[in-house]
Design a protein around this ligand. Structure first.
Ligand code: NAI
Length: 307
C-alpha cells in the first residue's frame, strides 16, 4: 500500500514551482489531489486556468490508472468565499479531505520606505490571509473527522530576515504563528500543523533583482536548487509516519533538511528594586548585548553552499 493511499490532498498554488512538485509527489504516493492555482504572475497580476489544469492532466496521465486522481481548481486563496470554494470542491470531488498545503504565493518586493499600501496588502492577502482562509475553511472537516494535516509554506525571509520584503517577511512569520495556533487549538482533534521554509529555484526566486555582484552570485547558487527536493518532506508530513509531529518549522535546501528554532527567552537580568532607563543602560544592556542578534539576512545565516 502506498504511503498516502486513500488520502485526499489540497495543494494551493500547485500550477507551478514547488506546489506542482508537491501535487505530483502526493499523487505518486497514492493520494487524490486537488490542484489549486489561479495562474497569476509572480506579482499576482492576471489569471490563467491553464497551469492548474495542466498539472491535474499530468497527474491523471501518469498516475490515474493506479487509483490516484487529480482535479484542477482556479479559485483564489486570497478571499474568504473563494477559499471556501477550494475546500468545498475537494470535499465534493473526493468525499473527504486529509491534507491542506498552503503554498500559493506572490511577491511585491520593495524597500520598506517605498512600499505602497497596495503592495503590503496584496502580499498579506495571498500569504497570511489566504493561509488562514483555506485552513479555516478546512477546519470543520478536520474537526469532525478527528484527523487532518496542515502544511504551510513559510520562508527564512520571515524567520531570519531579508532586504526589501517587509510585506512578505511579515506574512511568512505570521504564518508561523498561525500554524502554531492551529497545532495547539486542534491537537485534541488529532489535527497537525507544521511549516516548511523551502529554498528552491522557481520563477519566484527568478524575480529577485540581480543588479549587484553580490546578488548575481547569490542567485547563481540558487539556480541549482530543485523544487522537487522539497516534496519528500511534504509527503512525509502528510503521511501517518508523522502522526506525532505538530507545531514544528522545517527548512529544506537541496539535500539538507533543517529543524528551525522557535523563540524562547535567551537571557534575563533582574534588579530587586526595579529598573530606570539609566540602570537599563548601565546594567541590563551590557549583560544582554553579548546575546543580541546581528542584523542578519537569510543568506548570512545559510552562508555555506547548498549540499
Ligand atoms: P511560484 O511563483 O512558482 O508558485 C506560486 C504559485 O501560487 C503560482 O503558480 C501562482 O499562480 C499561485 N498563486 C498566487 N496567488 C494565488 C492565489 N491568490 N490563489 C491561488 N494561487 C495563487 O513560487 P514557488 O517558489 O513555487 O513558491 C511556493 C511557496 O513557497 C510560496 O508560498 C513561497 O512564498 C514559498 N517559498 C519559496 C521559496 C523558494 O526558494 N522558491 C523560498 C521561501 C518560501
Amino acid at each position: 500500500m502506498k504511503l498516502l493511499e486513500g488520502k485526499a490532498v489540497l495543494v494551493t498554488g500547485a500550477g507551478g514551482g514547488i506546489g506542482r512538485d508537491f501535487a505530483l509527489a502526493m499523487a505518486a504516493a497514492g493520494a487524490s489531489v486537488l490542484v489549486n492555482d489561479i495562474g497569476t504572475s509572480v506579482k499576482g497580476e492576471g489569471s490563467d486556468a491553464g497551469p492548474a489544469q495542466k498539472v491535474a492532466d499530468e497527474i491523471n496521465d501518469r498516475f490515474g490508472g493506479s487509483g490516484a486522481r487529480a482535479i484542477a481548481n482556479t479559485d483564489s486563496v486570497a478571499q474568504w468565499e473563494s477559499a471556501n470554494n477550494i475546500v468545498k470542491t475537494a470535499v465534493e470531488a473526493f468525499g473527504r479531505l486529509d491534507v491542506v498545503v498552503n503554498n500559493a504565493g506572490i511577491l511585491r518586493d520593495r524597500f520598506f520606505f517605498n512600499m505602497s499600501v497596495e503592495e503590503w496588502r496584496a502580499v498579506i492577502d495571498v500569504h497570511l490571509n489566504g493561509s488562514f482562509y483555506v485552513a479555516r475553511a478546512a477546519a470543520p472537516h478536520f474537526k469532525s473527522q478527528e484527523s487532518g494535516c496542515y502544511i504551510h509554506m513559510t520562508s527564512t525571509s520571515g524567520l531570519v530576515g531579508n532586504l526589501g520584503q517587509a510585506n512578505y517577511s511579515a506574512a511568512k512569520l505570521g504564518i508561523v504563528g498561525l500554524s502554531k495556533s492551529i497545532a495547539l487549538d486542534m491537537a485534541k482533534y488529532h489535527v497537525r500543523s507544521n511549516c516548511i521554509a523551502p529554498f528552491a529555484w522557481s520563477r519566484m526566486i527568478g524575480s529577485i533583482p540581480t543588479e549587484t555582484e553580490d546578488q548575481k552570485e547569490r542567485v547563481a547558487k540558487l539556480k541549482s536548487l530543485e523544487t522537487a527536493k522539497i516534496a519528500p518532506l511534504a509527503v512525509f508530513l502528510s503521511s501517518d509516519f508523522s502522526r506525532d509531529i505538530s507545531g514544528q518549522i522545517f527548512a529544506v535546501r537541496a539535500n539538507e533538511i533543517f529543524l528551525m528554532s522557535q523563540n524562547r527567552p535567551l537571557r534575563s537580568v533582574h534588579r530587586a528594586e526595579g529598573w530606570t532607563p539609566e540602570t537599563i543602560a548601565q546594567h541590563a544592556i551590557p549583560s544582554l548585548r553579548a546575546h543580541f542578534y546581528a542584523l542578519e539576512r537569510s543568506q548570512d545565516v545559510f552562508s555555506w553552499d547548498p549540499a
